[in-house]
Design a protein around this ligand. Structure first.
Ligand SMILES: [Ca+2]
Length: 341
C-alpha cells in the first residue's frame, strides 16, 4: 500500500489534443487507483487555442468526476509563423466532440494563469511535484522567466517533445510541441540537467487501434466516456491515415501517453543521456532537436532521451489502466447498467 507521501504529485501541462486526452485519462486512472495525485492541470495554447484547451481540460475532468482539480489558463502565443493543429485534432481539439460532453465547469475568465499555478505549486512543495508537459513548453518557460530557478524545484520534468533520429511531424525535422515554441523549449532544456524527453523516436511506434479502444470500453460501452473515447479514436484515425502517420495501419499515435509510460512503467523505455539543443533560427530546421553524437567529451548533458520503447509492454499497462475508468464510470452514465466500483 502506497503511503500518501510516496505518491507521485503531478501537474499535467497539456493542450488537448486527441492524444493528450488519452494521456490525461491514463493519469486519471492512476489517480483513481491511488497511484498518483493530480495537483493541477495547466492548459497551454498549442494544438488549438488557449480557450479551447482550457475548456477541454475542464470537460475531461468533469466527465471523470475530477472537476474539483484546478485548471490553469494560458495566454495565446503571439507568433505569426506557426499555425495550430486543428486539422489533426478537430477545431475544438477533441475531434469536434466537445458538444457531446457535459459543459466545462471551470471558468476561463476567473482561472489563474498556468505559469502562476506552476510557480505557486513548486514553491509550496519544492522537490515534490513532477511536471508532465505534453504541449508546447510555453507555460514552463514563462514560469522560469518570471521566477528564475523555479523549474529546479520540480521533482522531475517529463516532456513529450522532439525528433532525433527520425523525421518530424510538423516539418521535415521538427516535432510539433518544439516547433510551436522553440525558444520556450530551449529555456526548459537550460533550466536543469535532467529533463526527461519522450520524442517521436519512441512515440511513432505507439499506434492505438480501434480494437484496443473497444477492449478498453467493453465493460461499459454505453457510458458517455466510452462513446466519447470510441468517437475520438475514429476521428483521430481518420486524420492519422490522411497524414500517413501510422504506416497505413488504421490507428493513431498516442504520443503524449509516453510520458506516463516512463513515470509508471519505466521498464518499457530505454533512455540515453545527452545534451539536447533546439534549433531556434533555421529557415528549414526551426524546432529541430539535436544530440551531438561526436566522440568528443561531453560535460554538459541536460537530458534523458528515450530512444526505444517496448510497445507491447507499454500497451499492456496502458490499456489495463484505462479499463479501470470504465468500471468506475458506470455510475456517471445516463445509460448505466453497471454498479459503482
Ligand atoms: Ca499535446
Amino acid at each position: 500500500m502506497k503511503t500518501q507521501s510516496s505518491l507521485r504529485k503531478i501537474i499535467l501541462d497539456t493542450d488537448p489534443g486527441g492524444d493528450d486526452i488519452f494521456a490525461f485519462l491514463w493519469l486519471l486512472s492512476l489517480v483513481k487507483q491511488g497511484l498518483a495525485e493530480l495537483v493541477a492541470v495547466t492548459s497551454v495554447d498549442g494544438n488549438v487555442g488557449a480557450r479551447s484547451t482550457f475548456s477541454s481540460a475542464s470537460q475531461i475532468l468533469g466527465l471523470t468526476g475530477f472537476q474539483h482539480i484546478e485548471v490553469g489558463r494560458s495566454f495565446p502565443l503571439q507568433k505569426e509563423v506557426v499555425s495550430d493543429a486543428a486539422h489533426i485534432h478537430g477545431a475544438d481539439g477533441m475531434g469536434n466532440l466537445s458538444h457531446t460532453l457535459p459543459p466545462a465547469t471551470h471558468r476561463f475568465a476567473e482561472a489563474r494563469y498556468s505559469d502562476e499555478v506552476i510557480i505557486d505549486q513548486l514553491n509550496a512543495l519544492p522537490g515534490e511535484i513532477t511536471l508532465v508537459a505534453i504541449g508546447p513548453l510555453t507555460n514552463l518557460a514563462a514560469a522560469e522567466a518570471k521566477s528564475p530557478g523555479i523549474l529546479k524545484k520540480a521533482r522531475e520534468i517529463v516532456i513529450m517533445a522532439g525528433a532525433f533520429q527520425c523525421p518530424g511531424n510538423i516539418s521535415p525535422h521538427a516535432e510539433f510541441n518544439i516547433f510551436y515554441n522553440p525558444e520556450a523549449a530551449q529555456i526548459v532544456f537550460d533550466s536543469r540537467d535532467d529533463i526527461v524527453v519522450m520524442p517521436l523516436d519512441v512515440t511513432r511506434h505507439l499506434i492505438l487501434t480501434p480494437d484496443m479502444a473497444q477492449s478498453v470500453t467493453q465493460t461499459n460501452p454505453d457510458s458517455q466516456l466510452a462513446q466519447f473515447l470510441i468517437a475520438l479514436c475514429e476521428f483521430m484515425i481518420g486524420t492519422a491515415l490522411s497524414y500517413r502517420e501510422t504506416g497505413g495501419i488504421p490507428g493513431f499515435l498516442v504520443h503524449d501517453a509516453a510520458t506516463l509510460g516512463y513515470l509508471f512503467y519505466p521498464e518499457t523505455l530505454m533512455l540515453r543521456r545527452a545534451n539536447v539543443r533546439v534549433e531556434t533560427k533555421g529557415e528549414w530546421t526551426r524546432g529541430q532537436t539535436l544530440i551531438d553524437y561526436r566522440r568528443s567529451a561531453k560535460v554538459n548533458a541536460n537530458a534523458w532521451v528515450a530512444l526505444q520503447v517496448d510497445k507491447i509492454g507499454f500497451f499492456t499497462s496502458f490499456l489495463a489502466d484505462l479499463k479501470v475508468l470504465f468500471r468506475t464510470d458506470a455510475h456517471r452514465s445516463a445509460n448505466a447498467h453497471g454498479s459503482p466500483h
